[in-house]
Write a protein that binds this ligand. Structure first.
Ligand code: HEM
Length: 503
């Protein structure tokens, strides 16, 4: 019976479709690979209007969702002098990443590279390509990607969490009702102190009662540099001469960022040299120590440490801020998470890496936060060695492909009620989502090298905060939702003030 049906179906297809001109055309159209020229997308004028007149640079993440509605899962747009293809469906993002090759290229990050060339600096992991990138990635991977190697940072990170808790306490005492205003600024300092402790294994004083001026300047420089990144990339080079402000400011910020990192590296190396001179044993577990012992040129050490310092600030601050913001608005989730932490701790006060590994709801909360607010809302790839096919289009080699993670992770087709904070969706293994629908740390060879350190840092800090405080929305606040905005990375648009009540 089945065989009969199969024969009659196939013969119907073969006898009718190819012989009718309409059917043949349909088949040909379905199998023909389309060109970039055929891809939909806004005109240059419309894109410039969206970006500059409608404050689109800070709304780039929202433009992803508008793009999907208007053009479907793939569209092209010119970002200043750069033509980029947007890909906004998990299966298509997977197609891109599976063809990325041995040493993937993230994006041109043209202005970051231009600055380094101009000043004679080296490239770090964020900006390096090819064999140069591969060599450092392999070296650092040993200390940053292996679970056991990362677990060993928990004592160092816990010392930073101690300082964070003390700082939150000071802040809540200085304000009425235990309010901690603008929590993101507290977490910038925490992020910087955290990554510094991993890189230098010594305090740099970010969480002290008086924040060193140079630290404030460093954070300010990062903020401004991120604002100027998109602007400098969107402006063609000849415009830099006509309107020099964005490029000049961008360079000044980078100068400060490099100078800050170099100052700390040199200081640490000097301390070590003095120890050696006194005949004391030098035993370092920190990343700068490993890097300096690999024989890499100092220029490469400086650029890598600088880029890692940078990578550890906004990412941690944003994730911590949104986590507490959402937990304060969902007291039932906060209570369950606290219960989980207390059950694992069984009366002990300071969780370690082994403890947080036994907290599934904690991991689900952070996953859900990064789904709603992916710090890298749009990532990118350039496939330099070959043309590739994605979603039925032929993308010529060297096309900049923008991976629209914000759009996929807020798409109801992959996450029901996508705008709501529902950490439990990650605990129900039967309601699987597409593995590329929410990939906040990226996927594959070029994915975030700091992922394990970042997760450990966030889990340790959240666990301790919840053990010590009930976190509530600002009692004087309007209750209006805080929106995310793009500042190269995705950050809260306005200040988040939260009430910390001692438990
Ligand atoms: C919640 C925190 C963080 C998030 C969400 C995050 C996310 C990302 C993403 C999406 C990428 C690009 C991956 C790709 O292109 O496939 C990346 C790259 C990178 N991240 Fe993170 N990151 C975080 C924290 C950190 C921290 C703390 C560090 C520092 C230790 C760090 C260092 C880096 C570096 C060096 C790269 C470039 C890796 C390479 O190109 O080989 N990140 N991160």
């Amino acid at each position: 019976m089945c065989a009969l049906l199969w024969v009659s179906l196939t013969s119907a297809i073969w006898t009718h479709l190819p012989n009718s001109p309409l059917g043949r055309k349909k088949i040909e159209a379905a199998y023909r690979v389309k060109t970039l020229e055929e891809m939909p997308g806004p005109t240059v004028a419309k894109f410039v209007w969206d970006i500059f007149a409608k404050r689109g640079l800070s709304r780039l993440h929202e433009l992803q969702i508008e793009g999907v509605k208007r053009y479907g899962p793939m569209w092209k747009a010119s970002f200043g002098p750069i033509l980029t293809v947007h890909v906004a469906e998990p299966a298509l993002i997977e197609q891109v990443l599976r063809q990325e090759g041995k040493t993937p290229i993230r994006s041109d990050l043209s202005s970051w590279k231009d600055y380094r060339k101009q000043r004679g600096h080296g490239y770090g992991l964020l900006t390096a390509e090819g064999e140069e990138w591969q060599a450092v990635r392999t070296l650092l991977g040993k200390h940053m990607l292996h679970p056991k190697a990362v677990e060993a940072y928990d004592t160092t990170l816990n010392a930073v969490v101690d300082d964070l808790i003390a700082k939150l306490r000071r802040s809540r005492h200085q304000n009425p009702c235990g309010l901690v205003p603008n929590i993101s600024s507290e977490f910038y300092l925490f992020g910087l102190e955290g990554i510094s402790s991993v890189l230098f294994e010594s305090k740099i004083g970010c969480l002290d009662p008086v924040v060193p001026t140079e630290t404030e300047c460093f954070i300010q420089s990062i903020n401004t540099m991120f604002v100027m990144t998109l602007l400098t990339m969107a402006m063609p080079a000849w415009l830099h001469k006509l309107f020099p402000m964005p490029w000049d400011t961008f360079c000044q910020c980078w100068d400060y960022i490099f100078q800050f990192a170099k100052g700390h590296i040199d200081q640490r190396l000097k301390e070590e040299a003095e120890k050696v001179a006194r005949g004391e044993e030098v035993e370092g577990r920190y990343l700068t120590y490993f890097l300096t012992r690999t024989g890499l040129p100092m220029k490469t050490v400086y650029s890598n440490v600088t880029e890692m310092l940078l990578a550890g600030v906004d990412t941690i601050s944003s994730t911590m801020s949104w986590s507490l913001y959402e937990l304060s608005r969902h007291p039932e989730v906060q209570a369950s998470l606290r219960e989980e932490v207390l059950a694992v701790m069984g009366g002990r006060r300071v969780p370690g890496a082994v403890d947080v590994a036994r907290m599934p709801l904690m991991k689900a909360v952070v996953k859900e936060v990064l789904r709603l607010y992916p710090v890298v809302a749009a990532n990118a790839r350039v496939i330099a060695d070959k043309d590739i096919q994605v979603g039925g289009y032929l993308l010529p080699k060297n096309t900049l492909i923008t991976l629209c993670h914000f759009a996929t992770s807020r798409n109801a087709a992959f996450f029901p009620n996508p705008g709501t904070f529902q950490p439990h969706r990650w605990l129900n293994r039967y309601k699987g989502h597409h593995p590329y629908a929410s990939v906040p740390f990226g996927v594959g060879k070029r994915s975030c090298i700091g992922r394990r350190i970042a997760e450990l840092e966030v889990y340790l800090a959240l666990a301790r905060i919840l053990m010590q405080f009930d976190v509530k929305p600002d009692p004087e606040g309007s209750g209006a939702a805080v929106k995310p905005m793009t500042r190269t990375l995705l950050v809260p648009e306005s200040e988040i003030n939260l009430q910390f009540i001692e438990r």
